[in-house]
Design a binder for this molecule. Structure first.
Ligand code: DSN
Length: 411
């Protein structure tokens, strides 16, 4: 037991307390079930199993094969995918494998601009994607703050990228998968969707899936999908070999078998009707949260949300920078992250915005009416940030409110 390491035990207990007594509004975070936690803490971590079920480079893998095959089979059922690779260790390695499988260094990739909601692995200049490939960005419309698909088409026809990438880390509107596919067909580009943020909402039948249209789809498994920290790649059969080869031996060595087993557990949970209810509630809560923020005078980017997250222009609305807001909320126990807003005049380390999301609070059983209370606490924490007495009181209120909602796996 971890109790035999008292130093680490105390650290873990403190983190449990933080999670239980705080409000988790980071859009990419969630709480896994006890079953997922349990699978991660098993002897499956002891095994080496380079290769794939039935063709490994080490002996003794017949049982690991069964666990990995179960994860694959459940993921296929959950997403209706032709081929699934569950071995990617996390989102960026998964995306690296996709680039490796589909492109040659230097090839052009059309992706959503990073300062508007794209991900590091969609072309950041210091990331492998920006270093190895020629990234052509597309943007949101300045007025509506929504991606303008006519503009995407115009850029695609002009630049003729080899790959069109659709996906985001900070965008609150649905993507038009069919239109992306149509544009790609016009120029013979491959299509790659990164659904890391919304995979759970797709599995829970609340958002349209790109899988019927796109060649390759990657996702992390720990955000709305509520599985262990990791990733997977789904693709059409014709890309299966290239994807598998790119994951191993292209990018990775031995898979994390305990994590892959936990993925199987999470996919099993997501196949249950209760996950459909959960996903619907995540979106209802996000809409309620956005409305409550607007009622308090905060500008929500694009005027609302279709998914689990939103960007709020705290600088434009209240002259508080994203960094200040993140800090003021952290000290009362509300976790959020500072974030650029589209066409942000400020810098990434102290941008104009914050990003809020509801997957974690929804897992704790919160509903729309609770979102109003969350916003009232959040707003008070920002408005009273320079009043130490009030800050203490708000921190107590956050704690008293949070502990009413259990966190799976924490007593
Ligand atoms: N770091 C994740 C997020 O917060 O959106 C993306 O990988």
């Amino acid at each position: 037991m971890i109790k035999y390491d008292p130093k680490l035990y105390k650290i873990i207990k403190r983190e449990e307390k933080r999670q239980k007594e705080g409000l988790e509004l980071i859009a990419s975070e969630n709480y896994v079930s006890e079953a997922v936690l349990e699978a991660m803490g098993t002897v499956l971590t002891n095994k080496y199993s380079e290769g794939y079920p039935g063709r490994r480079y080490y002996g003794g893998n017949e049982i690991i094969d069964q666990a990995e095959s179960l994860a694959i089979e459940r993921a296929k059922k959950l997403f209706g995918a032709e081929h699934v690779n569950v071995q990617p260790l996390s989102g960026s390695p998964a995306n690296l494998a996709v680039y490796m499988a589909l492109l040659k260094p230097g090839d052009k990739v059309l992706g959503f601009s990073l300062d508007q909601g794209g991900h590091l692995s969609h072309g950041h200049p210091l990331n492998f994607s920006g270093l190895l490939y020629t990234i052509i960005p597309y943007f949101a419309d300045k007025k509506t703050e929504v991606i303008d698909m006519d503009e995407v088409e115009r850029i695609a026809l002009k630049e003729k990228p080899k790959m069109i990438l659709a996906g985001f880390s900070a965008y609150s509107r649905s993507l038009d998968w069919k239109r992306f596919k149509k544009i790609a067909e016009k120029i013979g580009a491959v299509t790659f969707a990164d659904i890391a943020h919304i995979a759970g909402l797709i599995a829970g039948k609340q958002l349209e899936s790109p899988i019927p249209y796109f060649d390759v789809v990657s996702t992390t498994t720990h955000k709305t999908l509520r599985g262990p920290r990791g990733a997977m790649i789904m693709c059409k059969e014709e890309f299966a070999k290239a994807i598998d080869r790119a994951v191993f031996p292209g990018v990775q060595g031995g898979p994390h078998d305990h994590i892959n087993a936990a993925k199987a557990v999470a996919f099993g949970e997501a196949l249950k009707p209760s996950f459909v209810k959960y996903s619907a509630q995540v979106i209802k809560n996000a809409k309620a949260l956005a409305e409550a923020m607007q009622e308090k005078g905060y500008r929500v980017i694009s005027g609302g949300t279709d998914n689990h997250l939103m960007l709020v222009d705290v600088f434009g609305s209240k002259q508080i920078t994203g960094k200040e807001a993140e800090h003021a909320l952290e000290i009362v126990g509300i976790s959020i992250n500072k974030n650029m807003v589209p066409f942000d005049p400020r810098k990434p380390m102290d941008p104009s915005g914050i990003r809020l999301g509801t997957p974690a609070l929804t897992t704790r059983g919160m509903k729309e009416k609770h979102m109003k209370i969350v916003v009232s606490l959040l707003d008070k924490a920002l408005m009273e940030r320079n009043n130490p007495k009030m800050v203490k009181k708000i921190a107590r209120d956050v704690r008293d409110f949070s502990v009413k909602f259990p966190v799976p796996g924490i007593k």
